[in-house]
Design a protein around this ligand. Sequence first.
Ligand SMILES: Nc1ncnc2c1ncn2[C@@H]1O[C@H](COP(=O)(O)OP(=O)(O)OP(=O)(O)O)[C@@H](O)[C@H]1O
Ligand SMILES: [Mg+2]
Length: 250
Amino acid sequence: MATRVPGRVAVIRGLTRRFGERAVLDGLDLDIAPGEFIALLGRSGSGKSTLLRALAGLDGGAEGELEVTGSVAVAFQEPRLVPWKRVLANVALGLAAPDAAQRARRALAEVGLTERAGAWPLTLSGGESQRASLARALVREPGLLLLDEPFSALDALTRITVHQLVLRLWEAHRPAVLLVTHDVDEALILADRVLVLQDGKIAHEELIGAARPRHRDHPDLVSMRDRLLTALGVGSEAGTAHQTVPGGRR
Ligand SMILES: Nc1ncnc2c1ncn2[C@@H]1O[C@H](COP(=O)(O)OP(=O)(O)OP(=O)(O)O)[C@@H](O)[C@H]1O
Ligand SMILES: [Mg+2]
């Protein structure tokens, strides 16, 4: 039986997920506090999406303790909009509330997509699709928002705009966020806490106190970037390039 810990939206103890012989998650512990913004880094295949699926209740095969309090919403790397429903209907999809359409309109306005409410998903740009996907997650007012590499397919300029949007939405709604990313700088710019998943456990953690908006050359971030890249097994030449984890899709 899982324990409910006051002041936590998620409590994970000894979470293990095996695929055949291999334990992809291997006794993982993690607490998520209300409203905190966590970024999760890890090499390709380290189990980040597996952890998110378990938290989202999309995978019944994990052993151990996993307690999530309140509602959870997920946005994936590819926006996964239903192509035969217009954008507004996509955002309202599955919402049981009587004012679902009104709430969906509000969420679309928040992500700057009011004009596209009646559009078909296939006519949206990549950035617009991702914003629609964020609106669909937010309209549920989740206590925990899970983002699995939602920005990785976007071009660099659009990504910066969507980062700002995510921070604005997070400040307005204050869900706890668990963001999976391959981009160390993205993690440092956005999160309160950066985790590295390795060998099935949280192998490294950095707490970031720097005020937002942050510049990547902030001295705290420069030393954290070094430590994170070392934890990820990447030689650190901090400051010379936009650093991503090997195996990332970018
Ligand atoms: N349903 C499944 N059946 C068998 N193996 C699986 C299944 N789901 C995931 N795996 C394996 O578990 C490992 C972790 O997968 P996961 O998708 O969690 O990695 P990830 O850290 O999200 O990687 P990426 O950064 O490439 O997205 C991989 O080796 C993958 O092949
Ligand atoms: Mg993944």
